[in-house]
Design a protein around this ligand. Structure first.
Ligand code: ADP
Ligand code: MG
Length: 603
């Protein structure tokens, strides 16, 4: 018997109901004649409090609430890749690319079930543990694995897993390789107590419950973003976390989208949370058009978009973060590297605040509930690089935008988030106003992973990565200090050592950190190209030092053609044209020789 309750009080997305029978905390319920989806968020003796994930304008006191007997959960299966959902993983139709007009039909609960090619990886009689691999899953569109371009061979292959919360058992029945619907049993396990249960390609999982792993692994591999300021100065590790605080228009969305397009994750989960619908629609259109450099297929095929735009019900926005991370963990458990982008966590926190207000909870700082901080911690702590229950490696990395009102970084969401993330990519209004993109401020940003990743760069052939990184950061710090002095006494009045510092910092900023998301050549940089550029700039700094030692002022280097060539290399020299970079190397050496000779002659 499902527990039932009768609505007694309503306020926006929140209602209270008098119960007959007992409900679980976090139980999924349906409300009213329209069968709206809700979740129990508080249980008292004869009363439950429910938050409703759909438009509640038609509800009245007296409307029935019916329990489901299970926690609010989503169905995870191969068919969710390449689709767009609301905050509870219900598919949304997008008419004419207009997300503001997109809506979940009331009562539409789940994604339609797709059909996939299942290939068993176990045999009858074999024992499989929770989270173990039952078989491979591939798209059922009939494309052979080894077609002419070999592209489909590189298509993402998914796995059919024993649900992590199921019992271990022995395979007693197994489907042959073939195309099946996501909910059709492909394998039957007999557990030690003699019970049997079926496994399909998809399974359900409660969104608020982290999926189990065998163990957490150290974060010693970078999640490459192709953005120099990130990969070289403030790198994020696989399984790491980053917060992107920034005022309106400073480039949070463009940065998240750029990372989504170019980062080296297998699967992208993009949570559009309370932002404008047309922005997300633009992202979808772009992802459809963009081909994934690794598979040659549309990028959207390995992306899951979870959209709760500003016009959608506010409670579903609160859930969307958990839905997103659960989807990410599901792919991680298949041995994949997943990147989750959330834009914006501030809008999520506002949803939390609104629901809390309706509940009459005591407001804390900024009107947010006291549990804001622990909710943020719960979310970011689900990022990790792990050994999966199946013994493979997988990861979830999280990047979340924060939109502090009027750009004030001391407000609660920015502040609390800072405590739980490994990287801070702080966007700076003044850089953005100067159209210096990405507008990440090098002095207010940080990464706690740089030391752990130095070894990776070393192994990749960039042996001076850590040294150059520190050198760049020190020069940028010195620059900030000297800039103030330059404004007061004028640049020309400064000693040549300080003028050299300013020149080198200018090169680092303009030639290395600045990178347009809209330049075909420069929107993405491979680690090889980043390393070469880093080395060249390091060479310039060394050359400046050497010349200075001989009394040659930095302006001589500034005037040399090599300086302008270095300033333009990002925009002009594409990946792979290593000879052109070597040419710059030789030009720099020749310039130093020429300036030294001129100095000797004039002496
Ligand atoms: P936010 O999400 O912080 O409000 P957006 O990401 O929408 O800001 O960026 C605002 C505008 O700034 C963009 O429309 C674009 O013109 C410019 N912009 C931001 N980042 C970049 C970038 N990396 N390269 C070039 N232009 C950028
Ligand atoms: Mg934005």
């Amino acid at each position: 018997m499902k527990p039932r309750a009768t609505t007694t009080w309503l306020s926006g997305p929140v209602l209270r109901a008098a119960t007959e029978g007992s409900f679980l905390m976090r139980e999924a319920v349906v409300v009213g004649e329209q069968r709206l989806l809700g979740e129990v968020i508080r249980v008292a003796r004869d009363e439950i409090t429910v938050q409703v994930y759909e438009d509640t304008s038609g509800l009245r006191p007296g409307d029935p609430v019916v329990g489901s007997g299970r926690l609010l959960s989503i169905r995870l299966g191969p068919g969710i890749l390449g689709r767009i959902f609301d905050g509870l993983l219900r598919p949304i139709g997008v008419a004419d690319g207009d997300l503001d007009a997109a809506w979940v039909r009331p009562g539409m609960r789940e994604a339609p079930l797709g059909r996939f090619l299942f290939t068993p990886k176990v045999s009858v009689g074999e024992r499989v543990a929770p989270g173990g691999i039952v078989g491979d899953v591939a798209p059922a569109d009939g494309a052979p694995d080894d077609d002419a371009e070999g592209a489909s061979a590189r298509r993402l292959h998914q796995r059919c897993l024993v649900p992590p919360d199921a019992k271990a058992g022995e395979v007693v029945q197994l489907a042959d390789a073939g195309v099946v619907a996501e909910d059709v049993p492909v394998c039957t396990l007999r557990t030690d107590d003699g019970g049997e249960y079926d496994i399909a390609l998809s399974h359900r999982w409660p969104v608020r419950l982290p999926r189990p792993v065998a163990k957490r692994l150290p974060a010693d591999e970078p999640m490459l973003t192709g953005q120099r300021i990130l990969d070289c100065l403030f790198p994020i590790a696989r399984g790491g976390t980053a917060s992107i605080p920034g005022g309106f228009g400073t480039g949070k969305t463009v940065l998240l989208e750029t990372v989504a397009k170019w980062c080296d994750a297998d699967v992208i989960v993009y949570v559009g949370c309370g932002e404008r619908g047309n922005e997300l629609a633009g992202l979808l259109a772009e992802f459809l058009e963009l081909t994934d450099p690794r598979t040659g297929r549309p990028l959207l095929e390995r992306t899951v978009v979870i959209a709760n735009t500003s016009n959608m019900p506010v409670a579903a926005r609160e859930a969307s973060i958990y839905t997103g991370i659960t989807v990410a963990e599901y792919f991680r458990d298949q041995g994949l590297d997943v990147a989750l982008m959330a834009d914006s966590t501030s809008r999520w926190a506002e949803a939390l605040r609104e629901v809390s207000g309706r509940l009459g909870e005591l407001p804390g700082e900024g009107g947010y509930p006291a549990y804001l901080s622990s909710r943020l911690a719960d979310f970011y702590e689900r990022a990790a690089r792990v050994q999966t229950l199946a013994g493979e490696k997988g990861s979830v990395s999280i990047m979340g935008a924060v939109s502090p009102p009027s750009g004030d970084f001391s407000e609660p969401v920015t502040n609390h988030t800072r405590r739980y993330v490994g990287c801070l990519w702080a966007l700076d209004v003044r850089r953005a106003q100067a159209r210096f993109y990405p507008a990440i401020h090098p002095l207010t940003s940080y990464s706690d992973s740089a030391q752990g990743l130095a070894r990776w760069w070393h192994a990749a052939g960039c042996t001076r990565w850590e040294t150059l990184r520190r050198r760049f950061l020190t020069l940028l710090e010195d620059e900030a200090r000297l800039e103030r002095m330059a404004r007061i006494i004028g640049r020309d009045a400064m000693p040549s050592r300080q003028r050299l510092t300013l020149l080198c910092a200018q090169l680092i900023n303009q030639a290395f950190l600045r990178q347009s998301a809209f330049s075909d050549i420069d929107r993405y940089a491979t680690p090889q190209r980043q390393a070469v550029m880093m080395r060249l700039i390091g060479g310039f700094i060394d050359a400046g030092d050497k010349l200075l030692g001989q009394g040659i002022p930095p302006e001589r280097l500034n005037d040399a053609p090599i300086f302008r060539a270095l300033m333009r290399m990002g925009e002009e020299i594409p990946d792979g044209e290593w000879e052109r970079f070597s040419q710059l190397d030789r030009e720099l050496a020749a310039t130093v020789r020429r300036l030294e000779e001129e100095e000797v002659r004039s002496a």
